[in-house]
Design a protein around this ligand. Structure first.
Ligand SMILES: *[C@@H]1O[C@H](CO)[C@@H](O)[C@H](O)[C@H]1NC(C)=O
Ligand SMILES: *[C@@H]1O[C@H](CO)[C@@H](O)[C@H](O)[C@H]1NC(C)=O
Length: 214
């Protein structure tokens, strides 16, 4: 009984400290919701049957899905301080937590709508290439949790977007994720949700998921 109470209070402590955080920080693990489509950015060990043949990135409507967690990391060769708020217009990488691959794009055609393909790429240590760099586009000082941002692909200048199209089997019902050339296009707004938001000095409850360079 005492043990249960201890667990409950530790849990409540974590929730209350999380709700105080206003910003997405270096080392945060979050879900990203497309605010128009109400779908969460997702990946899984399913390869595209067309285009690059790399690991597919889709969008799902469930909130408790364990393949929709992304770790906010610095770009290769840079560091960021764990818990430091991410400034607007910073280049980052987003690592898919369960497969360790990075959100990636390149000049391939997306499978359903013929926009630019978005995939997950990299080796088992999460090292990919320059196609993994994304700029956090926002108008405040920092990437705020309560305000949607856009994610602009550094190499090709497209914006991460949903296409509004939906896959059939074997991933039926999941939405297509693409890069589009205009930030004013539809479905380019992404908001942070359901995260483990790291603050300076926090303990590391998911240490194994966090890359050492953080
Ligand atoms: C993630 O979810 C799937 C299906 O819902 C389940 O089979 C799998 O065991 C889960 N993995 C983890 C690490 O929780
Ligand atoms: C992007 O990433 C690569 C390697 O991952 C890095 O060497 C390069 O400097 C980055 N470039 C920019 C403009 O962010």
């Amino acid at each position: 009984m005492q043990l249960i109470l201890l667990f409950v209070s530790v849990y409540l402590l974590q929730i209350s400290s999380a709700s105080k955080a206003e910003f997405v920080t270096c080392g945060t693990i979050l879900k990203l919701v497309n605010t128009d489509l109400k779908l969460r950015l997702h990946s899984h060990d399913v390869k595209y049957g067309s285009g690059s043949g790399q690991q597919s990135v889709t969008a799902v409507d469930v909130s408790d899905d364990n393949n929709s967690h992304w770790l906010v990391k610095p770009i290769m060769g840079e560091t960021c301080k764990r818990g430091a708020p991410i400034k607007c217009n910073t280049n980052i990488r987003l690592q898919h937590v369960s497969t360790k691959k990075n959100l990636h794009s390149h000049y391939f055609s997306s499978p359903l709508s013929g926009n630019q393909e978005v995939s997950c790429y990299g080796d088992d240590d999460g090292e990919g290439d320059s196609g993994d760099n994304w700029t956090v586009v926002c108008n405040n000082d920092y990437w705020r949790r309560d305000t949607p941002v856009k994610l602009k692909h550094v190499d090709t200048a497209v914006y991460l977007a949903g296409s509004g199209r939906t896959f059939g089997r074997p991933i039926s019902g999941q939405g297509e994720i693409v890069g589009v050339s205009s930030q004013y296009g539809t479905y380019t707004d992404w908001q942070a949700k359901e995260g483990l938001f790291i603050h300076p000095g926090d303990l590391l409850p998911h240490q194994n998921a966090i890359h050492t360079e953080l």
